[in-house]
Design a protein around this ligand. Structure first.
Ligand SMILES: [Ca+2]
Length: 421
């Protein structure tokens, strides 16, 4: 009985397998004999951005087919064998300023053509030849070249003005010098009109370090006002006091380093060339160097005067004290024992409101927190080596060098300048 049942089961299983085989065979025959060809409706519109891109689309078919692009210059179509996504569409970046369209026609014998519509947008583009700008007082002009496919306007920081625009897109700008320090802003390049909005920002920084801006060495007996840096001095004589007063070329600290003897009640007027800080109309940070020699102690000698009418006190003196000191009430007097008659000294007067320092022969001898307005220099200039004629504070002395820096030098700065370790 068991054997009979087993045989029956075997027969049934065999019959089922045969049936399966036949049914599979039937399906295969159907596939081969019923052609189909099409592209899903939602794939018939292909919209691209302006950038280059590749996409794959499925052509559902069991037949050979072909595909052509109406504009292969930017829209390329290829058939990929053995892949479900068998249609490869590649678009180049759109460098133009308009949308564009192409049609891809997919054909198979015996079927209507399928048309895939490809549309591509475009990208408004602006570019500059510099990503940022670092400016100094040295040039006062700069260029920026703008390229792109859209019209644009420029927004500039208030301290920059445009001088001209050249046909190739190069803009020429100018700006003014600044006191040591920095200011910054942005140049914004913004597209205009109906174009898709695009803007670019180019940061601009103007930076200025403290530097020597004027220097007079008095080494040329024929030209005692000559500048080696900055502008020539102007000699100012008090003719009513002494009509014969003469600025004399005299020996200096060395044979080649000569000096000038400044007569009583005479002085130099200097165009220092310094620029006020933003928002100020005077110069409050500077350093003056005087290489000087006094003929005798017990008298006043005036180094500079900020009041150009020259009626008030001068600013800094060698005092008549014995031993002599240097300063004024606002800074205090100091340096007793450091200044000798008949000897050359190099004196640096470093001014910054709240931080005033004096150095002589490479050492600091006075500091003050004064921010007295008397030390502010006019942009019109400064009186050097003299003071008010009525006060008899400016006695004859010799000067081998005057130099001006447009900021307050430190002791380290002075040591470096003087070659002191
Ligand atoms: Ca000299």
């Amino acid at each position: 009985m068991n054997n009979i049942m087993n045989s029956l089961i075997r027969i049934l299983l065999f019959s089922s397998l045969v049936g399966l085989l036949f049914s599979c065979g039937d399906d295969k025959v159907v596939e081969e004999t019923t052609p189909y060809f099409g592209v899903a409706g939602n794939e018939l519109e292909q919209a691209f951005t302006g950038a280059s891109e590749t996409r794959y689309v499925t052509v559902n078919t069991n037949r050979a087919f072909s595909a052509t692009s109406s504009d292969p210059s930017w829209c390329v179509v290829e058939i990929v064998e053995d892949k479900v996504d068998n249609l490869k569409i590649t678009v180049d970046g759109n460098g133009g300023v308009h949308d564009r369209t192409a049609q891809i026609t997919v054909s198979s014998s015996g079927f209507d053509n399928v048309v895939i519509t490809v549309t591509q947008g475009w990208i408004a583009a602006l570019a500059t030849d510099k990503s940022h700008l670092l400016l100094t007082n040295d040039n006062l002009t700069f260029t920026l070249k703008v390229t792109g496919n859209v019209e644009y306007v420029l927004e500039l920081p208030s301290w920059i003005t445009e001088k001209e625009k050249q046909a190739n897109g190069t803009h020429l700008f100018e700006y003014g010098p600044i006191a040591p320090g920095e200011r910054s802003g942005n140049i914004v390049i913004q597209s205009t009109g109906d174009d898709p909005g695009v803007s670019l920002t180019v940061p601009v920084i103007q930076r200025e370090r403290i530097k020597k801006v004027a220097s007079w060495l008095f080494d040329d007996p024929a030209d005692l006002t000559k500048a080696t840096m900055g502008k020539a001095l102007e000699m100012v004589r008090n003719i009513s006091y002494n009509p014969n007063a003469v600025f004399l070329s005299v020996d200096g600290p060395t044979e080649s380093n000569k000096a000038v003897r400044i007569p009583v009640n005479c002085h130099f007027l200097a165009d220092h060339g310094m620029i006020p800080k933003e928002g100020q109309n005077y110069v409050a940070e500077y350093t003056l160097l005087f290489e000087f020699k006094i003929p005798a102690v017990g008298r006043f000698y005036s180094f500079f005067q900020t009041e150009l009418a020259n009626t008030a006190d001068a600013e800094i003196f060698v005092r008549s004290a014995i031993p002599p000191t240097i300063g004024v009430g606002a800074t205090g007097y100091a340096g007793g024992g450091l200044i000798e008659a008949g000897k050359w000294h190099r004196l640096y007067l470093s001014f910054k409101p709240g931080d005033v320092k004096f150095f002589i022969d490479g050492q600091q001898f006075n500091s003050s927190t004064t921010s007295d307005a008397r030390f502010r220099m006019s942009t019109a200039g400064v009186i050097l080596c003299g003071g008010p004629w009525t006060k008899k504070d400016d006695n004859e002395f010799d000067i081998a060098e005057i130099s001006i820096w447009n900021g307050a030098l430190t002791l380290d700065n002075v040591k470096e300048l003087e070659g002191i370790e």
